[in-house]
Design a binder for this molecule. Sequence first.
Ligand SMILES: NC(=O)c1ccc[n+]([C@@H]2O[C@H](COP(=O)([O-])OP(=O)(O)OC[C@H]3O[C@@H](n4cnc5c(N)ncnc54)[C@H](OP(=O)(O)O)[C@@H]3O)[C@@H](O)[C@H]2O)c1
Length: 286
Amino acid sequence: MTTTAPSFKQEITAVFGKPVAENPTQVMVEAAYRHHRLAWRYLTLEVDPADLGDAVRGARALGFAGFNCTIPHKVAVIPFLDEVAESARLMGAVNCVVRKGRKLVGENTDGKGFLKSLKDILDPRGKSILLFGAGGAARAIGVELALAGVARITVANRGESRGRELAGLLTERTRVKASYEPWKGRFRVPEDIDVVINATSIGLFPDVDAQLPLDTGTLLPRMVVADVIPNPPRTPLVRLAEQKGCRVIDGLGMLVNQGVIGIKYWTGVDPDPSVMRAALEDVFGR
Ligand SMILES: NC(=O)c1ccc[n+]([C@@H]2O[C@H](COP(=O)([O-])OP(=O)(O)OC[C@H]3O[C@@H](n4cnc5c(N)ncnc54)[C@H](OP(=O)(O)O)[C@@H]3O)[C@@H](O)[C@H]2O)c1
């Protein structure tokens, strides 16, 4: 009879951020590791910006299989990596680092996670998009949608210079037609829009009743309405869009899908999103 020696060694993945204590990704990712019987761990690590280089060297030395980067490290991590994938390079931000042999490769899964949620209900090719926001989430979503072949992206942002910058980046670096629309007062959604996306932080805990300045009469049942806010997932926009008969994507969908893509990059296993979503819903008390 042959026996295999037990192994007490686990593969390590992590998130680097500051502050990071309230980041629930560990719960979601480790639920998937347990479900798929993977001897892997995901650590929530607070890393000061001044220590980021040492933290990445430490991750190399300790053989981490990869790690996520969250605020404030998504841009600053790039010089410490060996390669950066195309969409992450276009966005200028990395939220997921993957060890490939001896190399650390930067990816961005935020926009890819959103795109997966969208593709579950609609083919984005040729569609017209209204994107509220021009921060990190909006950049990630805008670039992935452009690379996925949407026809047009209208960026509406409170701050004009950031909004114009995102529209300019999309126009110059991808094939999409992009433009900036000023956002003063309640925004009227043009009739020919197919997908409306809130990629601002309006509605994020603890400001859970905050409303997107939007003329709700202009939302039509044929439109898809998406919100990136994961906590709480049922934002005022999500509830209103449901009442209007729109198909809706909530922020948990994007969060889960970016986690699914990260786990696939690191482990090679395609994890079950329902297990990951259930773990997050427990955390958010839904
Ligand atoms: N579900 C997911 O997987 C996921 C992933 C990433 C991020 N997110 C969420 O996405 C949200 C944005 O994150 P981010 O990294 O893009 O943040 P960010 O870079 O700080 O950008 C914030 C954006 O929200 C806008 N904004 C904030 N308060 C506003 C207000 N009262 N009225 C109008 N616009 C307002 C900002 O406009 P200005 O430019 O005018 O300041 C900017 O466009 C966060 O709530 C985050 O939780 C979700």
